[in-house]
Write a protein that binds this ligand. Sequence first.
Ligand code: PLP
Length: 242
Amino acid sequence: MVQLPQILLNPGDVCLVPDPGYPDYWSGVALAKAEMSFLPLKEDNRFLPDYEAISEEDRRRAKLIFLNYPNNPTSATAPLSFYQETVEFAQRNGIVVASDFAYGAIGFDGERPVSFLQAEGAKDVGIEFYTLSKTYNMAGWRVGFALGNAEIISMINLLQDYIYVSLFGGIQSAAAAALTSPQDCVDELVARYESRRNAFYDTLEHIGGRRVPRRAPSLAGCLCRPAILQPPLPICCCVRPR
Ligand SMILES: Cc1ncc(COP(=O)(O)O)c(C=O)c1O
């Protein structure tokens, strides 16, 4: 994800990034000496960016957009209709879409997160990133993959070839085993996280005395309603002040 802006952006180009969002996107944009334009993710728009609100100039200069659903930190998920809208937006404006699907395996309340690549035409305009660190508890192993537009994937391959040469064979074998084995461990992981999510919200509701909408995955337990919080909270959470 950090390499993609270096592959696609020149100095002066704009990258559209979610706000709040995962800060690694910013690093790639900085290394490419490009500029960022933030897309506010607001609760009243279900934490999805509003493409209509993007200025004419940013649309013209933007060459890349990062999206991340299930979202860190808001924990929102994106419906297929949003990705369809994204494909149209990208086609109209000549923008590449980079979907960060890091939490794609983790859906709560029976919800299965939607992949950007499910949208018609997605592969014409973008790619999707996936990491094994969340799904298989392989954080720090630095193993993941990208799927989608063949031309973009081949550009990533070329840069990877020069910069990294390869990934240690043992890690590649472990990744292949994780991906091709029965996925019961993933179901167990999701069930454990869901029960922790429920315990977290139960506690908040107990403290605040009112019901809080239970969102989908957020490993850190993200809260966008700080008004109901009363410290000290015995749990790590990320609070976005209003
Ligand atoms: C939204 C998001 N994308 C990507 C990553 C990258 O994961 P990794 O570097 O472990 O592959 C993370 C990790 O926390 C994340 O939260």
